[in-house]
Design a protein around this ligand. Structure first.
Ligand code: SF4
Ligand code: F3S
Length: 106
């Protein structure tokens, strides 16, 4: 499966959503998660993300490992998003910020 990581938080550009052939993305208030039971590893979403938030599970950087479980957990609670929409208002500002995990709204 593919995994959305920290840089998505408070950005939520959603460019990733339009290319997903199986509608695997689930939407929270300020983050998206990929449902591991839907993702077919097509890789298309990776290049779409302007903040490089998406990794193959086996390539997730060490400091982002928590997001593997988070995508699994949150995708079960959140609703499907199947079309790209406007990013969050301060996305460009937050795209430069690291260590945003405490800003994640569940
Ligand atoms: Fe969807 Fe493909 Fe990305 Fe998986 S890798 S979430 S199937 S676009
Ligand atoms: Fe997030 Fe990147 Fe998609 S910021 S919503 S993973 S395009």
């Amino acid at each position: 499966t593919y995994v959305v990581t920290e840089s998505c938080i408070k950005c939520k550009y959603t460019d990733c959503v339009d290319v997903c052939p199986v509608d695997a993305f689930r939407e929270g208030e300020n983050f998206l998660a990929i449902d591991p039971e839907e993702c077919i590893d097509c890789t298309l979403c990776v290049a779409e993300c302007p903040v490089d938030a998406i990794f193959a599970e086996e390539d997730v950087p060490k400091d982002q490992y928590a997001f593997i479980r988070l995508n699994e957990e949150l995708s079960r609670q959140w609703k499907c998003i199947s079309a790209t929409k406007a990013p969050l208002p301060e996305a460009d500002l937050w795209s430069k910020v690291k260590n945003k995990l405490d800003k994640l709204i569940r």
